[in-house]
Design a protein around this ligand. Structure first.
Ligand code: ZN
Length: 331
């Protein structure tokens, strides 16, 4: 390698380092707003097949995102000071996010093949979702291995999670060991609109049993509605949160929808665990929220305090603080 190309590389590395330090300083100086909203991104296929014959390979609805688009989205979120957390981490006001950062949850539904594929060599396909997340973590170690997978169990309705027979157990264990979250997306993926109570319990409990067998000790604490459709009768919603069926007890602390924009913060009295909205990951959606940062959550850096601008204090639900100290700061 000619010497000038080496010095050019060193210069570029130094420039990028300085840029990162400047960005980190700018983000640390963002005023804290722990009543701002939190994006929960919804992904389905990454580099999968077209959704219908003759249809576009990568669509505008966020159901099938090109690998290059996911990489670009991660880079954009990272540059904007977002940091990934798991969905279960959002259920407490003691959210632990570095100062000046905005938490984001990346959710992946249905355990689709393009989310986690192993190559014949045993390595993770670099173009599947897990391959892209792992590579991004390696090159950006302060972007932790966090994402929530709303998985479906093997049953008469679906094949094995991520669709490679015999590899599902090691994949599920790798995800949990690495820090990712596995969560309930029902058993059959039917619409829950009109199912009777006993079937709703079975939908939750069969999945819980399956994934506990796959990953001993696993506790699934959140659930996402197939198609975002809740039972029409709201008196049945509690059955999605807790119950017992076939000797299996399940307890979920929140229910996710399939649209609706960024979620309210856990300390906000509008934070409703039975209806938590998500942001569709279609190209342009995430960029929209990156470029509209005003209403988003910005951490004060301490999990034991909730820092809120004066104008938003009226929205704080003190019963959601769980011993975190409320600090009023800024206009
Ligand atoms: Zn689904």
């Amino acid at each position: 390698m000619p010497p000038q190309s080496l010095s050019l590389r060193s210069f570029r590395a130094a420039f990028l380092l300085v840029l990162c330090l400047v960005c980190a300083q700018v983000q640390a100086n963002r005023p804290a707003n722990e009543l701002g909203r939190i994006p929960i991104l919804m992904y389905h296929s990454i580099g999968g097949e077209a959704e219908f014959a003759g249809g576009p390979r990568y669509d505008i609805h966020g159901l099938n995102i090109a690998p290059a688009t996911l990489r670009r989205q991660l880079q954009g979120m990272y540059a904007a000071g977002w940091v990934p957390v798991n969905m279960r981490d959002l259920l407490s006001a003691h959210l632990d996010v570095p100062q000046g950062k905005t938490p984001v949850v990346l959710t992946f539904d249905d355990a689709r093949p393009s989310q986690y594929r192993l190559l014949p060599s045993g390595k993770i396909d670099p173009d599947c979702a897990v391959g892209i997340l792992e590579a991004f973590h390696r090159t950006h170690p302060d972007w932790p291995q966090r994402a929530t997978f709303y998985v479906l169990p093997e049953s008469s309705y679906n094949g094995v999670p991520f669709d490679q027979d015999g590899l599902e157990t090691s994949k599920l264990r790798f995800l949990v060991k690495s820090g990712y979250e596995l969560a309930n997306h029902t058993t059959s993926h039917r619409s829950l609109a009109d199912l009777p109570s006993r079937t709703l319990r079975w939908e939750m409990a069969f999945s819980t049993r399956y994934f506990r067998r796959q990953v001993p000790g696993l506790v699934m604490t959140t659930m996402a509605l197939p198609y975002g459709i809740a039972p029409h009768n709201p008196s049945r919603w509690p059955l999605l949160l807790s119950g017992v069926q076939g000797g299996t007890r399940y307890r979920h602390r929140c229910i996710l929808l399939a649209k609706g924009g960024p979620a309210y913060a856990p300390a906000d009295r509008r934070f409703d665990v039975t209806r938590i909205p998500r942001v569709v990951s279609a190209p342009g959606e995430i960029e929209h929220w990156i470029n509209t940062p005003a209403p988003l959550y910005v951490s004060d850096g301490s999990p034991n305090t909730v820092t809120v601008p004066r104008s938003l204090v009226g929205w704080v639900d003190r019963s959601h603080l769980h011993a975190a100290k409320l600090i009023v700061s800024g206009p």
